[in-house]
Design a binder for this molecule. Structure first.
Ligand code: SF4
Ligand code: SF4
Length: 76
């Protein structure tokens, strides 16, 4: 099945607030390893489930997430 979406998390921008995990209704993101600042860094936990909805990128207060939406295998 063609991929519907993809995200890239810029770890150095993440402040560990967890909003992306909370609002991703596909459970594609989870909080991962503790970063140098002492807080967990968001990670892609299940890339196959991401549908490129953009919610995580919209919610992130630190602009740490790039979102790509694919239709018929092509990026919009
Ligand atoms: S784009 Fe949507 S589905 Fe993909 S990780 Fe972000 S909130 Fe979840
Ligand atoms: S919303 Fe942004 S700053 Fe907050 S945990 Fe997710 S990537 Fe990190």
């Amino acid at each position: 099945m063609a991929k519907k979406g993809e995200i890239i998390i810029e770890e150095s921008f993440c402040k560990g607030c967890g909003l992306c995990e909370l609002f991703c209704n596909k459970k594609s993101i989870s909080m991962g390893k503790i970063g140098p600042g002492g807080f967990p860094i968001a990670q892609i936990s299940d890339p196959e489930t991401c549908n490129g909805c953009g919610t995580c990128g919209f919610m992130c207060p630190d602009m740490a997430i790039e979102v790509y939406k694919y239709v018929d295998g092509r990026s919009l």
